[in-house]
Design a binder for this molecule. Structure first.
Ligand SMILES: *[C@@H]1O[C@H](CO)[C@@H](O)[C@H](O)[C@H]1NC(C)=O
Ligand SMILES: *[C@@H]1O[C@H](CO)[C@@H](O)[C@H](O)[C@H]1NC(C)=O
Ligand SMILES: *[C@@H]1O[C@H](CO)[C@@H](O)[C@H](O)[C@H]1NC(C)=O
Length: 284
């Protein structure tokens, strides 16, 4: 009888120590199918994990404005976190990684514990290869004319297009990236920072052979200056001035930058060893 009680206690303990749920957010022009491999691998390595793999804003609807997508996704995430007071983990890939980060910021009551950004354009995007995936006819140097306009701001890509040669226009027209990165102050700036500093861990995964995120350092908040020299996160004002709490995270050991060479942009989410080596350890 005594042993039975102990066994029951142990079973109960195991139940309580179960892994937190994980919410996955796919990239541009794809949907939940593209994230199935990550989902299955998590379930394999951490049996019992509930993995929410959203198909919201898949395909063409992934081009809707970032704020609109964020607002709708917050409703979904709120429903899920209401059922999981112990907290969840959030993992986004590519555009989904940037979107996921702004979801946190726009929903400061979130209970996300660890946020994993898998090759996301966190500091914006300025590159031909990416541009031509979605707008094959646009010329890199001229894309700003479309994106930094009222019409251009209706597309997700316009919202995080960051042309180093047209920073004034970027600040005047972009309704998204300069705000969530607190380059432009707004009534929500404090909230945007607070929501990030609440995290237990922010993990930024990217690498030099990405070929789509340009510069690839944007996956870790690095970006071009006005001479196209890449400035790494730690040397940018965003970090030095702790604009969105990244320095706060870093100084308390809560910011992990992971650089993996040899991975093409379209392999990050299709290579189980990425989950095994760099992701699973954060999904406690
Ligand atoms: C959230 O949950 C409520 C109640 O279960 C449901 O009516 C609503 O449709 C859900 N919303 C989303 C966005 O899933
Ligand atoms: C940006 O906006 C400011 C203030 O409205 C204006 O003076 C400036 O000419 C604008 N610059 C560009 C490049 O749009
Ligand atoms: C998969 O990722 C590992 C690193 O975890 C890398 O060594 C390997 O080359 C990758 N394979 C492909 C096909 O990208």
């Amino acid at each position: 009888m005594k042993y039975l009680i102990i066994m029951l206690l142990m079973l109960n303990f195991k139940g309580n120590s179960a892994y937190r749920p994980v919410y996955l957010l796919h990239g541009i022009m794809t949907g939940s199918l593209s994230m199935e491999l990550i989902k299955e691998r998590i379930e394999e390595l951490h049996p019992g994990t509930i993995v929410y793999n959203t198909n919201l804003f898949s395909g063409w609807s992934s081009l809707e404005s970032m704020w609109y997508q964020a607002q709708q996704l917050i409703l979904d995430i709120k429903n899920i976190t209401d059922q999981h007071p112990e907290g969840i983990h959030l993992l986004g890939y590519s555009q989904g990684a940037l979107l996921a980060r702004s979801i946190l910021q726009a929903y400061p009551e979130h209970n996300v514990r660890n946020f994993i950004s898998l090759s996301g354009p966190q500091a914006g995007q300025y590159g031909t290869k990416f541009l031509h995936l979605i707008f094959p006819g646009l010329v890199l140097e001229e894309a700003y004319e479309l994106f930094y306009s009222r019409v251009g701001q209706h597309t997700s890509v316009g919202n995080y297009w960051n042309d180093p040669f047209h920073q004034m226009l970027y600040r005047n027209f972009s309704q998204y990236l300069p705000f969530i990165n607190n380059e432009l102050k707004s009534t929500r700036s404090a909230q945007f920072k607070y929501a990030i500093t609440k995290l237990n861990k922010m993990v930024l995964i990217g690498g030099p052979d990405d070929n789509v995120i340009t510069p690839w350092e944007s996956s870790q908040f690095g970006f071009y200056d006005d001479t196209m020299t890449v400035i790494n996160l730690m040397s940018r004002d965003l970090y030095k001035e702790d604009s969105i709490g990244l320095r706060t995270l870093d100084e308390s050991g809560r910011l992990d930058l992971i650089t993996v060479p040899g991975i093409d942009h379209f392999m990050w989410h299709l290579n189980v060893s990425i989950v095994d080596n760099y992701i699973i350890q954060y999904l406690d």
